[in-house]
Design a protein around this ligand. Structure first.
Ligand code: GLA
Length: 727
């Protein structure tokens, strides 16, 4: 709920466990007062309105109080008016000036969520506070939008920049939010990595100066995820204040964390300002992506649970909320490009014997695509490889009672393709410079709506003529040669952003036309794992690295910000194709079961014994599927610090829990590990299936369960269900 106290000129936002408060100063600047655990409006905020300027701080005005922008905690700082910290906006007027000075003009509170145009956004039942700030000299208005949802501890923010004058204004930086924290020792958590090793947890102290987390890859990237957290120094999984920041965006982003000379911390975020300029002609507006600001007082587990609740309720499409995700089998690791109709029919027959819901045909079914050097852009069946096209395969799936899924890579084109030959300048890059290839492919110019139209029509033809329930949408390279021959010179600074808008437009149109389709996101594994993608794709292929041990780190890091059900996790062959590590079926299952589950292996080569194992695993996954989708995640052991991985998922009513994980290396005479369970109800008794024992919630929490020594990479798997109340 939002409220404005007219007398004190204070705005209050209260959501589930969180309050966010700011005020308007005498001269119309927005002073940030508070973001954290819920507090009462009767508490005095006067004390928070004191500044302590230092001897070099420019003083804006000196009446009742001394006010200096350089030291005040602000809501949306302004550029080159005496605040020497970073600012969320850099706007150049036609006279070349970048000085900005925004002061309060008006506000409105509306039911429902406002959202940035043409972009994914938080949805389903929000309330919006809009604050209008105006720079009268620059004739620029900024509309700060805040959105809250009563059932979550997340506040979202985005900005609309509007040119009120007659002259052009160039936005050289147009971030989505800024927030200041009063002097505090805090650590920064980032999710860092590289292809096939995405989203590893890094924790660093925040020291004086600026630290930026960003992408220039044209995608949110494998390298640094847009999610960051600021946490108290002594944070644990269960205790301490934690703030999470994320962007509902999939392109180049930047989050800056700055500690001032006084120890205050400023966090700014939005579209990366590197190689970015947006032109605002008279009367034009520019909307930023929406950012999410989440708070928990209950440590990292509390923060993740708050993030997960928000994503499940307000980012993921509600059409997937009450249906279980399909258990898929994908042929990529079994066949790569080398298949024909007979091979795939045999694969489908064998897949149906192990009990999966959906068969997904990966790369290689279209155009001239026998390897990765050709065919992208030609979304027509390759009838040399597949006699009769997709129809016989889909018919066979129907006979066998499973659904059919198909792989696309819509944003890309091969030079050796009919699409490239027939569509001049369809790829990005300057016309007189050879664009860099990556995986032999070029990037289509999605800032040009005509190119998006053509790809939409080609994909729609396949989806119209075939019964396809699932699409895997891939993106196998980053963006270089960032230039569109469609855009005029003065709009080239918007290219990266417009390219992303083209991707969103295509995804939106496909989902509107095929409402029962489920799309899985992918970018060479998890190279575009972000809230923007999750708006359209309720699950994303987490990583091309499917080695269970490596996956513990990747999935652990990903789960800090994103719910388990958003992470596609498949059991693959052992030894693993990338690492050659051998890990048992049980352990591979334990790790892959913590997500949207499936298999990616050669089902035609499974022995009868292995088929039995897989059938049993699928049956077991079905018993935890809705828990994994809807439950609360608790981390117990971290692969980053404990040499093992263990988490539990507990149902919201605390009646059921699933504990899964794996030990790493074992050694002779090792001590048993004790797993103390989290999130259970102290006053309930739980039957532990694997032990055949009933124990109280209090016992399980305080005493815990010993896990036997075993062998390297041994799995952990426990199923608990409440039996009756302790009297
Ligand atoms: C990417 C994906 C893989 C597979 C291949 C196909 O690498 O991450 O899962 O789809 O492309 O080319």
């Amino acid at each position: 709920m939002f409220r404005f106290d007219e007398k004190k000129r204070v705005f209050f936002a209260h959501a589930k466990d969180v309050s966010y408060i700011f005020s308007i100063t005498d001269k119309g600047y927005l002073r940030h007062l508070y973001f954290g655990a819920k507090i009462s409006e009767t508490d005095s905020l006067e004390l928070l309105s004191k500044d302590f300027p230092n001897s070099f701080s420019p003083i804006c005005y000196e009446e009742d109080t001394i006010f200096s922008l350089d030291v005040a905690l602000q809501e949306f700082p302004t550029n080159q008016r005496g605040d020497f910290r970073s600012s969320p906006i850099v706007a150049r007027s036609s006279n070349g000036s970048r000085v900005c000075d925004f002061v309060y003009d008006s506000y409105s509170i509306t039911d429902g969520e406002k959202f940035p145009s043409d972009m994914p956004h938080a949805r389903y039942g929000g309330q919006t506070l809009t604050i209008n700030l105006i720079d009268k000299v620059k004739k620029l208005k900024i509309e700060l939008n805040y959105i809250i949802f009563e059932d979550c501890s997340t506040i979202t923010r985005y900005v609309s920049y509007k040119n009120l004058g007659d002259e052009d204004i160039y936005l050289e930086r147009a971030f989505s939010y800024s927030i200041d924290f009063f002097s505090k020792e805090m650590n920064l958590i980032t999710l860092a990595g590289r292809p096939a090793f995405e989203r590893n947890v890094e924790i660093t102290p925040i020291t004086q100066g600026v630290k930026s987390i960003s992408s220039t890859c044209g995608a949110s990237s494998h390298i640094l995820n847009p999610f960051v957290a600021l946490v108290e120094k002594d944070i644990s999984n269960d205790y301490g204040n934690a703030y999470g920041f994320n962007l509902i965006y999939s392109g180049n982003f930047k989050t800056s964390i700055e500690k001032s000379s006084l120890g205050d911390i400023r966090v700014l975020g939005g579209i990366n300002d590197e190689s970015f300029t947006a032109l605002l002609k008279a009367g034009e507006s520019f909307d930023t992506p929406e950012a999410t600001l989440t708070f928990s007082a209950n440590g990292l587990n509390g923060l993740s649970q708050a993030e997960h609740d928000f994503v499940r309720a307000h980012i993921l499409d509600e059409r997937y909320r009450d249906v279980e995700r399909p258990i898929v089998v994908n042929n990529w690791e079994a066949t790569d490009f080398r298949f024909d109709t007979d091979i795939i029919l045999d694969y489908i027959d064998k897949a149906s014997e192990i009990g999966v819901d959906t068969f997904v045909l990966d790369d290689g079914w279209f155009g001239k695509r026998d390897d990765d050097t050709s065919g992208l852009g030609d979304w027509v069946e390759n009838t040399t490889k597949l006699k009769g096209g997709l129809a016989p395969l889909i018919d066979r799936c129907k006979q066998k009672g499973i659904k059919f899924g198909l792989w696309f890579e819509p944003e890309m084109v091969s030079v050796d393709s009919d699409f490239y030959r027939q569509n001049e300048n369809c790829n990005i890059g300057e016309l007189d410079r050879l664009p860099a290839k990556s995986r032999h492919q070029l990037v289509l110019d999605f800032s040009n709506p005509k190119t998006v139209d053509k790809i939409f029509n080609a994909i729609a033809k396949i989806l119209d003529n075939n019964d396809i329930s699932y699409v895997k949408w891939d993106m196998n390279r980053y963006i270089s040669d960032n230039f569109s021959s469609y855009l005029p010179p003065e709009r080239q600074g918007e290219f990266n952003h417009r390219q992303v808008l083209g991707v969103y437009d295509l995804a939106e149109r496909i989902l509107n036309r095929y409402p029962s389709l489920i799309m899985e996101g992918c970018a060479g594994g998890g190279g575009r794992f972000d809230l923007g993608m999750l708006y359209y794709f309720p699950q994303i292929w987490t990583s091309d690295n499917t080695d269970a041990l490596e996956r513990t780190k990747i999935q652990y890091g990903t789960s800090l910000a994103y719910p388990l059900i958003a992470t596609s996790c498949h059991v693959t062959h052992s030894p693993n194709a990338l690492t050659q590590r051998q890990i048992s079926w049980e352990t591979r299952f334990a790790i892959a079961s913590l997500g949207a589950f499936g298999y990616e292996l050669d089902v035609t080569k499974l022995t009868d014994e292995e088929k039995k194992i897989v059938r049993e695993q699928i049956a077991e996954y079905k018993t935890v599927r809705s828990l994994v989708k809807n439950g609360d995640l608790f981390r117990i052991f971290s692969p980053f610090s404990d040499g093992m991985f263990c988490v539990s998922v507990v149902s919201k009513d605390k009646d059921v829990a699933y504990v899964a994980g794996m030990k790493w290396l074992d050694a002779p005479n090792n001590k048993h590990v004790i797993i103390k369970l989290k999130g259970l109800d102290d006053n309930k008794n739980y039957f532990v299936k694997e032990l055949g024992l009933t124990l109280s919630g209090k016992y399980l929490k305080n005493v815990g369960l010993p896990i036997k020594n075993g062998y390297d990479f041994a799995q952990i798997s426990l199923h608990l269900s409440a039996v009756k109340k302790v009297g």
